[in-house]
Design a protein around this ligand. Structure first.
Ligand SMILES: C[S@@+](CC[C@H](N)C(=O)[O-])C[C@H]1O[C@@H](n2cnc3c(N)ncnc32)[C@H](O)[C@@H]1O
Length: 193
């Protein structure tokens, strides 16, 4: 049967926590796979906020979301760094958000977008913001890649940050294939109730 992929497990963690109608955030919309998943989970009464710094990512995500038709929730996509999350999202979802997903690295599917990657400083700022935005019991998930230039450094910085989180802020776990150190891995943080 095998173990779940990191992407499937990230979705499972979020599915188990998102109630229909709750606000959710995709911090790196990319090709829109995670945004579509979040939109489907929160449903037509919910709201989805998405960030990316590439217009192509927002365009692909907007197109992918159309498959939900009348089930589409309110979706706000921002051509902004996720580091600005707290300045941009509505105040009323701060402390009320069920899930914030990060899928780091570059936009897959086009060679010329591989130079635009997530960077440790803005990623750490955004993850700290995500902890503020989450409701108690909400989930922050981060998919990390070590194979591209800069990836291992970013993954190391994120792992150190999660490792140092006080237990009264949240519970942090790592999901990793220990025989394949180069494979993507997943960190989950559940905000303390
Ligand atoms: C691996 S892709 C995301 C995949 C996406 N979640 C999906 O389901 O297809 C990483 C994305 O992060 C974006 N990115 C890079 N720096 C960013 C930043 N500071 N803020 C938001 N997004 C950023 C890239 O442009 C890229 O589209």
């Amino acid at each position: 049967m095998g173990f779940l992929s990191v992407l499937s497990l990230a979705h499972r963690w979020a599915s188990e926590r998102i109630q229909p109608g709750e606000p959710v955030i995709d911090a790196t919309v990319g090709n829109g796979v995670d945004t579509l998943f979040l939109a489907d989970r929160t449903g037509p009464r919910g709201s989805v906020y998405g960030f990316d710094i590439q217009p192509l990512a927002l365009a692909r995500t907007h197109e992918r979301l159309q498959s939900l038709g009348s089930r589409l929730p309110k979706v706000s996509l921002y051509l902004e760094s996720h580091a600005r999350m707290l300045d941009i999202i509505p105040r009323e979802i701060v402390g009320q958000t069920a899930a914030v997903l990060f899928n780091l690295g570059y936009l897959p599917g086009a060679d010329d977008t591989k130079e635009v990657i997530t960077e440790p400083a803005s990623t750490l700022t955004a993850m700290q913001a995500a902890l503020t935005v989450l409701r108690p019991g909400g989930i922050l998930s981060i998919v990390l890649y070590t194979g591209h230039p800069g990836g291992a450094e970013e993954a190391g910085a994120v792992t150190a940050w999660a490792n140092g989180l006080p237990a009264d802020t949240g519970q942090a776990v790592v999901y990793r294939m220990i025989q394949k150190p180069e494979a993507p891995y997943l960190i989950g943080i559940e905000k303390k109730e």
